[in-house]
Design a protein around this ligand. Structure first.
Ligand SMILES: [Zn+2]
Ligand SMILES: [Zn+2]
Length: 337
């Protein structure tokens, strides 16, 4: 990656212009930069990735009521939608067929594609700008806009809370947020990991127990006991081993995306009316609800703050899972480019 100049539109009456202070590095950034999702979302170069954006409002249009200059604000994976389809009407903008992603998505205003958060500023319709709780560290708040909502939304949907036993498979960027949020929701939280070395960290993040998933005896002890399992693993793995741990009506939600189809045994689902589903981010209102929840419970991501000059190195490290647990780019560093 290298520095380049991009255009941002002048704010229209409904727009908010934000000086970007921090932007998290998500796995989708890496996939897009490398054009690994070419089948359904080919990358248009030059690409400016980044959809975990936190900053300060510097300018607002005349019709903007939600923000004023000086406010802290955040932008996640979406910057627009049609607002009229059944999904939008129901508050599920993330499923709108005409939704505009924050980067590499057709730009209705300027033509070409949208450019994301690895930049000095961004101009976004106020409907897609979120308020940031004043008590949260900004660098650690940025990853909430993708990793946070991606884990909060399915737990909210499947009613994770007090008295529920919840598993989190994989302890990376998504997984560590899943543990924090499930714990704050009051659930009994169990982390599945392939590496016993992660035990201390899992407990510190809020887990009540950890299970080494390769240990068949350990797994066996938890058969038919889980209400919900969040699966964040993006590599091939045996989903049936986890399905068997669900009690009646239990659910596993996939938020990681293995490149090859998973093999699902019908008899892992049928006997206890178990279900397997997927989820992505959340709608705008739900994203604000997640941020407010994180504010109330003082939850941020564990981040390693880097200058933009280290971004290529960070991508290499991310691919090796060598980060605890998210990189957050300090955008002030862009000024020295
Ligand atoms: Zn993301
Ligand atoms: Zn829509």
């Amino acid at each position: 990656m290298a520095a380049t100049k991009i255009a941002r539109r002048d704010p229209t009456e409904h727009d908010v212009q934000i000086e970007i202070l921090f932007c998290g590095i998500c796995h989708s950034d890496v996939h897009s930069v490398r054009n690994e999702w070419s089948e359904f979302m080919p990358t248009v170069y030059p690409i400016v990735p980044g959809h975990e954006i936190v900053g300060r409002v510097i300018q607002v249009g005349s019709a903007v009521t939600k923000f004023k200059p000086g406010d802290f604000a955040a932008v996640g994976c979406m910057v627009d939608s049609d607002g009229t389809c059944p999904e939008c009407q129901a508050g599920f903008e993330q499923f709108c067929p005409n939704m505009t992603l924050t980067f590499n998505s057709p730009d209705k205003h300027l033509g070409g594609v949208t450019y994301g958060g690895y930049s000095e500023s961004i101009v976004v319709d106020q409907r897609f700008v979120l308020r940031v709780p004043s008590n949260l560290d900004l660098a650690g708040t940025a990853p909430l806009l993708c990793a946070g909502i991606t884990t909060y939304s399915p737990m909210h949907h499947w009613k994770v809370g007090k008295g529920k036993k919840v598993g989190v498979v994989g302890l990376g960027g998504l997984g560590h947020m899943g543990v924090k949020i499930a714990h704050a929701l009051g659930a009994h939280v169990v982390v599945f990991t392939t590496s016993p070395k992660k035990k201390e960290d899992a407990l510190r993040l809020g887990a009540d127990e950890i299970i080494v998933s390769r240990n068949v005896d350990e797994m066996q002890k938890h058969v038919e006991s889980f209400d919900f399992i969040l699966d964040t693993v993006s590599a091939d793995h045996d989903i049936n081993a986890y399905l068997n741990l669900l009690r009646r009506d239990g659910n596993i939600t996939l938020v990681g995306a293995p490149p090859k189809p998973l093999s699902v045994a019908a008899f892992a689902l049928i006997p206890r009316r178990r279900s397997l589903s997927g989820s992505n981010i959340g709608g705008v209102a739900e994203t604000q609800e997640m941020l407010d929840f994180c504010g109330k419970h003082s939850i941020t991501a564990d981040v390693e703050v880097i200058p933009i000059q280290k971004v290529n190195e960070a991508y290499e490290r991310l691919l090796q899972s060598d980060v605890k647990y998210r990189f957050s780019i300090d955008m002030a560093s862009l000024k020295s480019e």
